[in-house]
Ligand binder design. Structure first.
Ligand code: FE2
Length: 284
């Protein structure tokens, strides 16, 4: 038998496996902006964030999602080891059964200068990711390559090519989710530009690309307040902060993926469910 050519029965088994995988619901958690050292600013006092991150890790370990995704601003002061190491310390408290994926925020990677890039990459490895779970695609990108810039640059171009490649190979996935620190917009794709969102013309470039490839939702942070927006069928979900809120409350996003739909809820760290029922994903 020629390798890679399956007989009819094997093909059916393969399809059956794929369909079965499709029916399995799952959930995951997105968190953003724990930002050690932000609440008390110049005092370099991280006590408030330590308490909040402790609480967050407790929730993650209690619910035990297959993975969590952190969308940046893990610490506050530029290249400041004590704050950066605190984030690492709390990552290590997350049960290894739960995988952790990170993309950098503007405080983790304040510029594209070598010193800043090396600091992030040395401590956290690549600043983007792409993986599959239950036939859904999860793609994380480094928004520092296109914010606060307006123009394409060598890093942006290289990452964009990589993104297109990843989106091409995700075409057959049930759902495609993208993660980044800076939101493309908060509520409407034509809202005025400000510090908190991607600027034009790059905003449109990415939104059009995501729509062309059937991306379902983008999950970001940076605003320290939860927002939900839409551009056509594309959901733009901005997660509030674990750390200091700038409106709203400390929380994380709980995302549930069912066979035929998904939903997302920004939940206060004080109100997270005790457990999640595995088959129905009901909150208990
Ligand atoms: Fe932040």
């Amino acid at each position: 038998m020629i390798a890679n050519v399956l007989n009819a029965n094997e093909r059916n088994i393969d399809k059956y496996k794929a369909r079965k995988a499709c029916r399995k619901p799952f959930f995951f958690i997105q968190y953003s902006d724990p930002q050690f050292g932000f609440t008390n600013g110049e005092k370099y006092d991280t006590k408030p964030e330590e308490e909040l991150m402790e609480k967050s890790v407790e929730i993650i370990n209690r619910l035990s999602p297959p993975f969590v995704i952190g969308t940046g601003d893990f610490w506050h002061h530029k290249r400041y080891d004590p704050e950066m190491l605190l984030y690492k310390k709390y990552m290590s408290k997350i049960d290894p059964k739960t995988k952790i994926f990170n993309v950098p925020g503007n405080h983790d990677l304040p510029s594209l200068e070598d010193e800043d890039q090396n600091y992030y990459h040395t401590n956290f490895g690549p600043s983007r990711f792409s993986f599959r779970h239950e036939r859904c695609a999860f793609i994380g990108i480094n928004s520092q390559y296109y914010w606060p810039e307006r123009e394409e640059n060598e890093y942006e171009k290289e990452q964009y090519e990589w993104l297109i490649h990843e989106l091409e190979s995700a075409k057959k996935c049930r759902f495609i989710f993208v993660f980044a620190h800076i939101p493309f917009f908060l509520e409407k794709d034509d809202e005025p530009e400000d510090y908190f969102c991607v600027k034009q013309p790059l905003r449109n470039k990415y939104i059009e690309t995501f729509k062309r490839y059937g991306v379902n939702a983008i999950f970001c942070g940076h605003k320290h307040k939860s927002f939900v927006g839409k551009s056509g069928n594309l959901d733009m979900v901005t997660c509030g902060a674990i750390g200091l809120p700038l409106g709203g409350f400390h929380g994380m996003n709980l995302i549930r993926v069912f066979p035929d739909r998904y939903d997302f809820n920004y939940i206060s760290l004080d109100d997270f469910p005790k457990a999640i029922e595995k088959n129905t994903l009901n909150l208990l």
